[in-house]
Design a protein around this ligand. Sequence first.
Ligand SMILES: *Cc1c(COP(=O)(O)O)cnc(C)c1O
Ligand SMILES: [Zn+2]
Length: 426
Amino acid sequence: MTLAAPTSVLGAASPARGLECRGCGARFPLAAQHACYECFGPLEVWYDAEALATVTREQIEAGPQNIWRYAGLLPAGQDAAARVTLDPGFTPLVRADHLAAELGITGKLWVKDDSANPTHSFKDRVVSVALTAAKALGFTRFACASTGNLANSVAAHAARAGAPSIVFIPYDLELGKVITTAVYGGDLVAIEGSYDDVNRLCSELVETDDFEDTAFVNVNVRPFYAEGSKTLGYEVAEQLGWRIPAQVVIPMASGELLTKVDKAFEELVAAGLAVAPQGWRVFGAQSAGCNPIATALHGGGTEIVPVKPTGIAKSLNIGDPAAGIYALESVRRTGGWMDYVNDDEIRDGIRLLARTTGIFAETAGGVTTAVTSKLVASGKLDPTLETVIYNTGEGLKTIDAVAGQVGPTYQVKPSLRAAREVGLIQ
Ligand SMILES: *Cc1c(COP(=O)(O)O)cnc(C)c1O
Ligand SMILES: [Zn+2]
């Protein structure tokens, strides 16, 4: 006799079994809930460990060239027909020898270039998982509180799915984030406040009757959203031949991505899917204009003191980071470090990455590149070990950051004489 598979609201093949409080460990059914009823701590998806252990490299490698090859390790999306997705993922892992030489890194250096996703940031990963879970839970309208990239991604996913969307942003975002959201045709609400104000308003709206049908990817369905970030860990390990790199450098806004890459590495090792010959150390990058997590680490504390963000790295400008304390925990447990850089260093980081790899990153990528440089200089990052730095977004969306710094080398009339006059020819 065979036992029937346990049925899940997320589909019979989902390995997810419930939600678990990151604070007190209390467990809840799979639902659109993000805070613990006991202690208000954030909730995380918990899985049937046996179900995860059945996933094999062969199954993954036979899957599609996108995040859904890891569906066996995700809470939703096992049934391809039920997905809400732009099929993101399997972005390039680029060997960065010239950048390594400039930074004084002698170990292998790679850039995981997630600007290659459909809406040009890593947010497509988290949105695909969150909205696929949201649809299974019965939601019909899609929403988010965004620092920019999330807005792009939610609006585009809703357009592809033929569903209504309403996304909330701070009113002072870069034009390259506003237009690339509005073009998809959903509702776009610019709030006269910071991201933290936007997020608080969304937490209030989601409780109202008018928003009963609405999934806010990073509010009421946040536990599912967060799981999508794991694919940035799985992919890097698979692309390195199922080996976990010794060091990773990751930009932080809420700190969620950093904790989930760490979690992905843990899961791969636990399931016997990847090896970690040198362990792994996780490094976090922030801007000087918004550095609450790095500041807590430097001060030796375990609590995050919220800040009012400033500076050009707007996609990372979360002053009260929801996963900050867990990011601290990941970095301390793995023996990594965090640092931050100012706006001029961010611009230099964007140009350094572009000049040495051919990758034009948004300000967040400038933060990560410049922090990597700082971590080498301070001796926190071991320059002899294999290192992966994560570029999470596209430079064309934040073009103003470097617009005043780069431009034509020459402007010349179309004649040989003019070319000679400026020194292009003898
Ligand atoms: C959202 C975002 C991040 C960080 O995400 P968290 O998970 O909130 O830390 C990093 N880079 C870019 C470009 C982003 O848009
Ligand atoms: Zn709790």
